[in-house]
Design a protein around this ligand. Structure first.
Ligand code: EPS
Length: 435
């Protein structure tokens, strides 16, 4: 299979192998010579992955992250900071007053740095009463109660709801925040915020620097950078609470600093837009995911959708490599790959399905019509969802980033990244292409 091996030296001073698998599938694996004599198969599963375990009122939530390279400094304050933000936001219920979500790293990290082994993280539940929690027989429309009870052949909705609960998102945030520790080594930064609650829509400029957006977002409990929209959003949530109802909304995530070429158009499984949609669409209560202009692109002619291309040599050091756009309607993704522009993902969250006023339902024991059960819940957790989606997006970016810049160690990943950027910057003009 291996056609040729070239060696070259790049700015980092490391030697590299260009491993040509065959004419059609070419894989460039960068790393110190000898360390990577055998190329990895191209069709391997994504290197970085995670699983979660735990019930809402079980002992703890667990996130198990595999495939993070050795040598990544882990900032506990970053992970715990994201967990604390996830607990907050206007409209949260009583549970968040009980819990103090903090991660306990059980494996994979030594003296604050990853060592290449799986990273197991635990978030203890203070409200641990799984065995004592009462059964629920009147499924809440919109929750997993009925579908899950039918699936697992039970009349007790609790069997399903304990795992279906959005409490699990704490583990996802921990995994995503861990992945951010890798991303920040490469200057990749993210921000998530709320752009809509019910009918209140915020105006958020997409070309603002992240630090400014972040301080505007953190100035209110709606997690929305537009202060006047934030006040109106809080009012909508307050009214919903009085009416014993719930409200949904839309969150948006921007990712800055991702170089071009992350993701791929070669296999549908590797398309980064598809991966983002799957990951974000799997977050509890998310019913729609858009990239860039999203559904609005369908309303416009092509000339008003596609982002025209310019070249500005001054911007060559940035992730755009100098190829600037007059708009970012593609949301940073073309052909399933990053194009160097900020990535923009939006997600629509339905209103929480536990309503204090209840909804019409059926008692699973009697099959008679009754109002649905009430469990302690939130009136609105769209602000919390902005934190969850931000970190879920972070994980997917890190996963695709490592697919391109694979390495057992951060040093190898950095070398692959540097090698790629150096090569990409020399494309065209006076530079040369890689043959
Ligand atoms: C949540 C914990 C849950 C709910 C909420 C999110 O805790 P409890 O059920 O004990 O109140 O507050 O879950 C839901 C809204 C849901 O429908 O499952 C959390 O940690 O985010």
């Amino acid at each position: 299979m291996i056609g040729e091996v070239d060696n070259l030296t790049v700015a980092t001073g490391l030697d590299f192998e260009l491993v040509r698998i065959d004419r059609h599938f070419r894989s460039i694996r960068a790393g110190p010579l000898n360390a990577r004599r055998r190329p990895k198969p191209i069709y391997n599963t994504p290197m970085l992955d995670y699983r979660t375990a735990g019930e809402s009122h079980g002992q703890a939530l667990i996130a198990l992250v595999e495939g993070i390279p050795a040598g990544v400094p882990i900032a506990l304050d970053v992970i715990n900071g994201e967990l604390t933000r996830r607990q907050g936001g206007y409209g949260r219920g009583g549970r968040m007053k009980i819990e103090r979500d903090q991660v306990n790293i059980l494996s994979g990290v030594r003296r604050g740095v990853t060592i290449g082994s799986p990273v197991a993280m635990q978030i203890a539940n203070k409200d641990f009463r799984l065995d004592e929690a009462p059964p629920l027989h009147r499924p809440r429309p919109g929750h997993a109660d009925l579908a899950g009870s039918l699936k697992w052949l039970t009349n007790d909705c609790r069997e399903t709801l304990e795992r279906a609960s959005a409490r699990e998102t704490a583990a996802r945030v921990a995994a995503g925040a861990l992945a951010r520790c890798l991303l920040r080594e490469f200057g990749i930064d993210l921000i998530g915020y709320v752009v809509r609650i019910g009918e209140v829509v915020a105006a958020v400029p997409f070309d603002f620097p992240i630090p400014e957006l972040r301080s505007a977002r953190d100035a209110n409990e709606a997690y929305c950078p537009d202060q006047s929209a934030a006040s109106a959003m809080i009012e909508v949530i307050r009214r919903a609470k009085i009416e014993k109802d719930t409200v949904g909304g839309v969150v948006e995530v921007q990712v800055h600093g991702v170089p071009p070429g992350v993701g791929s158009c070669m296999r549908w499984q590797d398309k980064l837009d598809g991966r983002l949609m799957q990951a974000v669409g799997s977050v509890q209560a998310i019913k729609g995911v858009e990239i860039g202009l999203g559904f609005a692109a369908a309303e416009r002619p092509g000339s008003k959708v596609h982002d025209e291309i310019d070249f500005d040599p001054k911007l060559r050091p940035t992730s755009s490599l100098g190829f600037t756009r007059r708009s970012n309607n593609a949301g940073g993704l073309e052909g399933g790959m990053t194009n160097g522009q900020p990535i923009v993902v939006r997600a629509a969250m339905k209103p929480i399905s536990t309503l204090l006023r209840g909804m019409d339902s059926v008692n699973l024991l009697t099959r008679q019509s009754e109002r649905s059960d009430y469990e302690r819940s939130d009136v609105c957790s769209v602000p919390a969802a902005s934190v969850v989606v931000e970190n879920v997006v972070a994980f997917e970016i890190a996963r695709s980033f490592l697919d391109k810049f694979a390495g057992d160690t951060l040093k190898e990943t950095r070398a692959a990244y540097d090698y790629y950027l150096q090569s990409a910057r020399s494309l065209g003009g006076m530079g040369s292409t890689i043959e």
